[in-house]
Design a protein around this ligand. Sequence first.
Ligand code: F6P
Length: 545
Amino acid sequence: MSDPPLLDEHSDATALPAWQRLSTHARDLVRTRLYDLVSEDSKRFANFTLSGAGIEIDYSKQHVTRATMDLLIELATESGLPDAIDALFTGAPLNYTENRSAHHTRLRSDDRHDSEVNTVLERVRSLASDIRSGAKRGYGGSPITDVVHIGIGGSVCGPQLVFDVLRGTPSQPGCHFVANHDEHDLGEALRRLSPDTTLFIIVSKSFTTPETMLNAERARSWFLERGGDPQTLGGHFMAVTGNARRACDFGIDEQNVFPIWEWVGGRFSLWSAAGILTLAIALGWSKVNELLHGARAMDDHFRSQEMSANLPLLLALLGVWNANFLGATSHAVIPYAHRLRKLPEYLQQLEMESNGKSVSIDGSPTRVHTAPVVWGGTGTVSQHSFHQLLMQGTRRTGIDFIVPLANGDENTRAMLANCIAQSEALLRGRPTDECESELPPELSPSERTRLAKHQTIEGNRGSNLIMLENLSARSLGALIALYEHKVFCQGIIWRVNSFDQWGVQLAKRLGHQLEQELNPAHPLLGPTHDPATAALVRHVRGDTS
Ligand code: F6P
């Protein structure tokens, strides 16, 4: 295995001069209220807003000064980010624990000399067009009306998010995403479907993931039990995988197997056939093309813009600033667009599976906190649930508000107004004397003071406002690529490998064993469990001895 790129540099972020200077700077800066920083600079909005690839980020309400930003950029430089960005785009083996590159940008690079990628894009385009036009039909001669996409994690989150944002009403053909081990997930998807008009797309890089394999087998049984026969199965099941042999063994025609290359990580696989096959069938090729185009625009921006004007780097640095220097324990993603409701879930996998690590590049423990907990929900609905915590809770949270500006209609205005109101309230707060002055005069002074304290909002809480030109395929592609690159930059700064996920393996193995053991007809497999788990297993099995 080759040496990881950048290994020779350092593995301890705190040893960097910029990290130490940022620590001192943060201790000083928090003595100045954010509201004062904002109030004393009439050009704050203009000076702290960046744009590129159709996206604008207003970070004027972050607890930063120009000096903070300069120090953060020094941190990026000392972390080796310029070289790391080159390494990403040239396909260096950045996933050094698996000796693989993380070359997802190649999938959207529009390089006409890349015949490996272009051949697959063309196969996807042509198959999707045949299905949508009715040239390719179900075994009974009817057009395909529904696509069932089976996969989990990176093999479903991306296409599900994109479909949700871009689908028309109703979408044609219908599209259903199935991930969970729980049989009700597939059961609900199949409820009104008929085998002769349904296409199954099984997406799994490994083609061994238990949830996906189980759902694929259930789907195959459903197909055969309801009138499909083994000869027609090949035309109704497609696979996208890095393990073509297993897909063929499952019964899928070789011509219906599309690749996920080794150099494409699961959570970065939206741009491969893993995402775009289903999307091209459900939405049409032009939408997919626009999506790729938007991502490519963000790639170009990320690769070419200097650090002080670089959107993904900016987002990464502000995240590091909030999490590592201002003590934010989590990061909330709040899109003000119903159609972006799957974004928090998508980013949970992208950010936490990538950077939820505690071992540094050389195998030593990281000395710094890495990925914060990512969570969120759509505004305005979230205002009626967790914004209370954002306003008055004891924990600091990093916040991304995301809003499409679109056409300035009434709906957009109302959403935008709500979104801006939240960021302004977080910034300025509501002082106790203002609360007290608005309480009914008939209350006793002590009652007024007590109530006013409950109503006080401290303020001084920062947030980003990410503005999209609109909610088109192009903007969405740019937005997703923005977060992909943010995650990459943070991984470099925290010195972790953003492209592996060893942490999920142990429980997978234990789950496999437990599934057998929880069956009372099956013997316990030996003294491998801790006493608490062993007792729980016996309890659930109903063992009496
Ligand atoms: O949860 C671990 C994981 O490997 C993810 O990284 C991945 O996206 C998901 O499982 C699905 O894996 P596969 O595509 O191999 O089925």
